[in-house]
Design a protein around this ligand. Sequence first.
Ligand SMILES: [Zn+2]
Length: 125
Amino acid sequence: MEKHPIQVHEGKGVKLPFDPSKLYYRLLPNGEKIHRKWLSYSIELNKVYCSCCMAFGGKDNRDSTFITGHDVTPKHIYKSLETHENSHYHELAAKTAFQCLIGLLIKYRYIEISILLHRNIDIYY
Ligand SMILES: [Zn+2]
């Protein structure tokens, strides 16, 4: 399986069927742009995926087209993406992903602390 997320950019003969600045970024009402890091695009299949729902989505969301691959139609893709982004399933997957990240941070911090303790032990004993 390909590694997600992949974000293809234009150039070197690559022409995308969408505007990358509109698809890869979410525009907030205050004008702020948020990078949709979870968004994946396959140029071979011309489909977009949500790597967040792929990895952390619940069983009942398995039929979501953003997991199996959502066809890119230039007219509708921005709206479908927005609908997915605001869906309950995506929100749940994003929450799980966030908790997982926090878990990892705690784990690494723990390792860091134990290394520090070991160093201290080496120094003082
Ligand atoms: Zn999603």
